[in-house]
Design a protein around this ligand. Structure first.
Ligand code: NAD
Length: 485
C-alpha cells in the first residue's frame, strides 16, 4: 500500500459534530478529487441544514462552560494542539497535497504556518484585557470588559486548507467562543483531521464542529438565520463575501471577511532587480499562484522592465510542473478544471488585448488540472487580467514611467488586500507604503503572511484582521460598565 493510500484509509471522512464522527441525517456523501490526476480519493459525508443545527445545538450547550473555562486551560489545549499538529506534519502535508495539489514542500510550510496560529493564540488567550478609567467629569468611573461573542460560523476556502481554518479557530477558541467550520468542498479532509487532533489535545465535545458539504448554502443559511449564532468569519471570494454580509444583516451578526485581492507588485528603477525577481517568484508562484495575496499585477519601471522580465521569465520557465507529492516538483496542478478554465480564459483575453506571451500560456495536456507557468508582458490596462484575481501561475507585467503613475495604477482597483514594492530609497519606501490603498504592504519582500501580524484588507478585500494581537478582538465583544465615582 502506498503512503497516500495508507493515509487516506486512516483519515476521518464523516461529519465532526459534538466531539464524534457522525453520519449526516440525510445520509449523503460527495467525492474528493486529487487535482493532479482527476481521480476520486475519498467519499466524504455531505452535511445539510439538519446537521448544521445539531452542531449549533452542541455549540450552544457548551458555550457558557467554554467561556468560563480558565484562560490558562484554553491556552493549554491550544498549545497542545500546536504540538500535535507539528508532530503530524507529514500526514497533514501529504493530505493537503493530495486534496489541494500544492507541492509537499509548500504543504509542510503551511503546516508550520497554520499550526503557529494555535500557538500564537494560546499565548493571547491569557492576555485578554479590559480597561479602567475615571470619567473626565469626575462624576463616575468607567470599566470596560471583554467577553466572547458566542457561537461562530467559519467558512474556509480550499487554497490553504489548514491555515485558513486555524487562523479562525485559534482566536475563537482562545477568546472562549465555540465554532462550526464549513470547509471548502474541494478540501474537507485536512479540516476533519484537524478536528480529530484538537479533540486529542483535550478540546471538549461540542466546542468545535466540522461540516463538509457539497452544498454550502444548505448548511450556512440555516445557521445565519438562527438567532443563537453570533458571528460569521469567512475567507473566499468577494462575491460570496457580499452575499454573506447581506445574509448576516438579518441577525446583525459580527462579521470578519477576508475576500479577494488584486495585489500590485511594483519594481521601481532604483530596486535591486535580482531581489525583486526572487520576491516576485514568491509573491506570484507561492501556492501555485492560488493565494489572495498573490501578485496579480506586476508593474515595472520601463528602465528595468526588460532586465526584470527576462530574469523572471527564465526562473518561471524552469519550474518543474507535476504532482505535488513527486520529488522535484515545483508547481502542482490548479484546484479543479473550473479554476483552470478561468485562468486560461484570462490569459486568452489578455493576449487578444495585445499582451505578449514570454513563456507558457497553455493548459497542459493529460490527466490533472495543470497549467503552464506563464509570463505575459506589455499587458494593456484594459485586459480583464488587470482587474480580476488570476488565482493561477500567471505573471502579468506592465511598464510604467513615474512613481505617481505606478501608485495610481496600483490603487486603480476595487480591491485592497496586499501590495508589494521594491526600492532602495527609504523616503520613497515610506511615501509609497503610505499611498498604497492596501491592508498589507510588503517592502522589498515577496512574502508577508505572519501569524503575529494582522492579516486583512481594505475596500472590497474585506473587514477585520486575522492574526496578531488584533486577531482575537474579532471574537470579543466590549462591555462598558458605568460605576459611581
Ligand atoms: P468561494 O468564495 O466560492 O468559496 C469559498 C468558500 O465559500 C467555500 O467554503 C465555499 O464552499 C463557500 N461558499 C460558496 N458559496 C457559498 C454560499 N452561497 N454561501 C456560503 N458559503 C459559500 O471561492 P471559490 O469558488 O473556491 O474560488 C473562486 C475565487 O475566489 C478564486 O478564483 C479566488 O479569486 C477567490 N478566492 C479567494 C480566497 C482568499 O483567500 N481570499 C480563497 C479562495 C478563493
Amino acid at each position: 500500500m502506498s503512503s497516500i493510500a495508507r493515509l487516506l484509509a486512516s483519515v476521518p471522512t464523516r461529519l465532526w459534530i459534538d466531539g464524534a464522527d457522525t453520519d449526516p441525517v440525510d445520509g449523503g456523501h460527495f467525492s474528493v478529487v486529487n487535482p493532479a490526476t482527476g481521480a476520486v480519493v475519498a467519499e466524504v459525508a455531505d452535511a445539510r441544514g439538519k446537521d448544521a443545527l445539531l452542531a449549533l445545538d452542541a455549540a450552544c450547550r457548551v458555550q457558557d462552560e467554554w467561556a468560563a473555562t480558565a484562560p490558562r486551560e484554553r491556552s493549554r489545549i491550544l498549545r497542545r494542539a500546536w504540538e500535535l499538529v507539528v508532530e503530524r506534519t507529514e500526514d497533514l502535508a501529504l493530505l493537503m497535497t493530495v486534496e489541494m495539489g500544492k507541492t509537499l514542500a509548500e504543504s509542510r510550510g503551511e503546516v508550520a504556518y497554520g499550526a503557529e496560529f494555535l500557538r500564537w493564540f494560546s499565548e493571547e488567550a491569557v492576555r485578554i484585557g479590559g480597561r479602567y478609567t475615571e470619567a473626565p467629569s469626575g462624576n463616575g468611573r468607567i470599566l470596560v470588559t471583554k467577553a466572547p461573542v458566542g457561537p461562530c460560523l467559519a467558512i474556509t476556502p480550499w487554497n490553504f486548507p489548514l491555515a485558513m481554518g486555524t487562523r479562525k479557530i485559534g482566536p475563537a477558541l482562545a477568546a472562549g467562543c465555540t465554532m462550526i467550520v464549513k470547509p471548502a468542498e474541494d478540501t474537507p479532509l485536512t479540516m476533519l483531521l484537524l478536528a480529530e487532533i484538537l479533540a486529542e489535545a483535550g478540546l471538549p465535545a461540542g466546542v468545535l464542529s466540522v461540516l463538509p458539504t457539497s452544498d454550502a448554502a444548505s448548511v450556512t443559511e440555516p445557521l445565519l438565520a438562527d438567532p443563537r449564532l453570533r458571528k460569521v468569519t469567512f475567507t473566499g471570494s468577494t462575491r460570496v463575501g457580499k452575499l454573506l454580509i447581506e445574509q448576516s444583516a438579518q441577525q446583525v451578526l459580527r462579521t470578519s471577511m477576508e475576500l479577494g485581492g488584486n495585489a500590485p507588485f511594483i519594481v521601481f528603477d532604483d530596486a535591486d532587480v535580482d531581489g525583486a525577481v526572487t520576491g516576485a517568484m514568491a509573491a506570484k508562484m507561492r501556492n501555485g499562484g492560488e493565494a489572495c495575496t498573490a501578485a496579480n499585477r506586476i508593474l515595472v519601471h520601463n528602465a528595468v522592465r526588460e532586465e526584470f522580465t527576462a530574469k523572471l521569465t527564465e526562473r518561471i520557465a524552469a519550474l518543474r510542473v507535476g504532482p505535488g507529492y513527486e520529488d522535484g516538483t515545483e508547481l502542482g496542478p490548479l484546484i479543479n478544471d473550473r479554476q483552470r478554465g478561468a485562468v486560461a480564459a484570462l490569459v486568452a483575453d489578455a493576449v487578444d488585448a495585445g499582451a505578449r506571451v514570454r513563456t507558457g500560456g497553455h493548459v497542459v495536456d493529460g490527466p490533472g488540472y495543470f497549467f503552464e507557468p506563464t509570463v505575459l508582458d506589455e499587458v494593456p490596462a484594459g485586459a480583464r487580467i488587470v482587474r480580476e484575481e488570476i488565482f493561477g501561475p500567471v505573471a502579468a507585467i506592465t511598464g510604467f514611467d513615474t512613481e505617481a503613475e505606478a501608485i495610481a495604477a496600483a490603487n486603480d482597483t476595487e480591491y485592497g488586500l496586499a501590495a508589494y514594492f521594491y526600492t532602495r530609497d527609504l523616503d520613497r519606501a515610506m511615501r509609497v507604503a503610505a499611498a498604497l490603498e492596501s491592508g498589507m504592504v510588503g517592502v522589498n519582500r515577496g512574502v508577508i503572511s505572519d501569524p503575529a501580524a494582522p492579516f486583512g484588507g481594505v475596500k472590497q478585500s474585506g473587514l477585520g484582521s486575522e492574526g496578531g494581537t488584533e486577531g482575537i478582538d474579532e471574537y470579543l465583544s466590549t462591555k462598558y460598565i458605568a460605576l459611581p465615582a
